[in-house]
Design a protein around this ligand. Sequence first.
Ligand code: SF4
Length: 372
Amino acid sequence: MSQITEQIYQSDIGDVLENSLNGIRPGPAECLRLLESDDVYLMGLVSGHLTKKQFGKKASFVNNIILNYTNVCITDCKFCAFYRSPGAEDSYTLTLDQIESRVKSAWELFKIRQVLIQGGHNPNLKIEYYEDAFKMIREKFPLVGVHGLSTSEIDMIARVEKSSTKEILSRLKDAGLQSIPGAGAEILVDSVKDIISPKKISSDDWIRIMDEAHSLGIPASATMMYGHVENNQNIVDHFFKIVKLQEKTKGFMAFIPWNFEPDNTLMQKEGIVENGSGGVQLLKMIAISRLVFDGLIPHIQSSWLTNGVGMAQLALQYGADDFGGTLIGEEVVSCTGARSTELTGKVIIDAIHQIGYQVEERDNFYNPVSLL
Ligand code: SF4
């Protein structure tokens, strides 16, 4: 028996890790034990092994921009440093021409393959605003995928239009929406949401809108924002709500755990959370995500946006297979002063090569564009 295998067997989570090596995913009780364990290194050994078995020494990324099309928002989440109330002096909403010019420059400069479109809950924007933007992007830049609008933005449009979220999703798909990001989930437990984002949609609504999107053939990513007021049981509940939906729809392409950045947020001002949760917790979350979703959700994304490139390199050893996007133009996390908010493809490619991995540039649907 090797030293490492011996360490795994001697660990109090050894049985869970052994099951993972044999293709048996942890259930809720085992997931709670992983969250309560300090054996992050052993979790990483197993999750890294499962990832390499599937992807080899290769990591993907997408050349993309974020269009934070408006900072006007009426939802006042306590963890958000980005939003402005309607009418605020420094509020903004991009025009269709501004959107076109940003996508055009990004296409010409970086040959982007995805526009990630996210913004505030702006009650002044009708559905035509989104339809016009999506149609323009798809017609003028056919190789650029439209990955946009969190479930809570879709809910906002439905309320503005006095329509159902399914109808809104269907119209947006016809206009060119190809996939939706997982934002707005935070932690899918209402007692947590009641503290950090009381005006946002409930957990059940997030699941319902994702279910509707998947049933219309719109795939999505799922996310988890941890490191604030949640406890381990809340995280377990979050994971397994997503497991349940994925077993039904197979609509999630990727899972992205990312840590809450408290700087400049109301939660920090009110003393609810003082500091971020740090790198070890990130690696633990990446490792557990791979173990929980192994064989169920294909991709686990490293979270360079809030943790920087060095941590993202480590995350690739702990279960992530995708570096995410270049995220040119990101404005939401930048408002918290988080360390790294804009990368170009070259920095990501160099970072992946530094750890001896091949780089796969991918498109919006995780199809390979080139191998570098
Ligand atoms: S996180 Fe989104 S919904 Fe919440 S306040 Fe910020 S912009 Fe608005």
